[in-house]
Design a protein around this ligand. Structure first.
Ligand code: SF4
Length: 293
């Protein structure tokens, strides 16, 4: 096990712990979130463990999450108090979620913890985008104000390609910047940003964490059922395993087609099954769903 990385992650958590309230720990039920959960305990920092129910979580994940002591399960709602689910999003957005229009993560998984300091299990090795845009601390929102404050405090920061402020140091000015900003921005600490898959698995083994049972079924990632970030083959395998969800997606696509006022001019699909077949067939650029005029 990489003791140096473990110590460094623990130090990071201690360095940015809010003075007056617990961290908001984002817990998905996947292996990375098990690591941050254990690290937060090892660091002795105050934290609340939050899981957002997406409506398309695998049943195994829901059972596993519920088995974690003190986990808080949150159900996403909109500002009017209506439940937000994958099914409502598909109808409201008028499109299935795709790799290039991945609206569901921000609506279903990342909503909670406003005005709180969040711990995430983001790792740079998980994707090229993350490697380019993540930092050990990431601040999203009010970029001009944050940059001005950072400069006044002498914090060492960069602006990510996506416009967020990222920092990789845990010196005093950077800590003061976080204290100053986290109430009014989305501020995340990513203590295992530099961890590899092997670091994660060795750490979990060392601490006796069995993890989500889906990993034992050969899954490399534990995401939502039908997640478009996987291959079409992966989607089909999941729908073979959870056929009820295939029907739920087709019904949501049917409602999506019916609810769009210009549907006959806009879509080339006639039924929810057409959408589903396109969606899981994975057009290489995922752009050819409109009728060409
Ligand atoms: S994990 Fe996949 S399906 Fe789930 S919210 Fe994120 S992009 Fe959407």
């Amino acid at each position: 096990m990489n003791i140096k990385k473990e110590k460094s992650a623990i130090e990071r958590l201690k360095a940015f712990e809010p003075e007056t309230e617990p961290y908001y720990l984002c817990y998905s039920g996947g292996k990375d979130s098990d690591v941050i959960r254990i690290l937060a305990s090892l660091a002795g920092v105050k934290h609340e463990i939050h899981h957002n129910l997406t409506s398309v979580d695998a049943p195994e994940t829901v059972y596993y999450v519920k088995s974690i002591p003190n986990v808080v399960i949150d159900v996403p709602h909109d500002k009017d108090g209506n439940r937000v689910s994958m099914w409502s999003l598909i109808v409201n957005k008028g499109l299935p979620p795709t790799r290039i229009m991945r609206y569901c993560c921000s609506e279903l998984k990342e909503k909670g913890g406003k005005g709180r300091m969040k711990i995430t299990g983001v790792r740079a090795s998980e994707s090229v985008n993350r490697a380019k845009n993540a930092g050990m601390i990431k601040i999203i929102g009010k970029p001009k104000t944050v940059q001005k404050t950072a400069e006044n405090l002498g914090a060492e920061y960069e602006v990510s390609q996506m416009g967020g402020i990222v920092m990789n140091m845990d010196n005093d000015p950077n800590r003061r910047l976080v204290e100053h900003c986290y109430r009014t921005t989305t501020t995340m600490i990513n203590p295992i940003l530099d961890w590899t898959d092997s670091d994660v698995w060795e750490f979990l083994k060392h601490y006796g964490c069995q993890g989500n049972p889906l990993y034992k079924c050969g899954k490399k990632r534990v995401g939502c059922i039908g997640c478009p970030m996987q291959s079409g083959k992966g989607q089909i395998e999941e729908f073979d395993r959870y056929p009820k969800y295939k029907n739920l997606y087709i019904r949501a696509f049917d409602r999506m087609l019916k609810s769009h006022p210009d549907k006959d001019h806009y879509y080339s699909w006639k039924t929810g099954t057409d959408v589903f077949d396109w969606w899981t067939g994975f057009d290489s650029n995922q752009l050819s769903f409109f009728v060409e005029n």
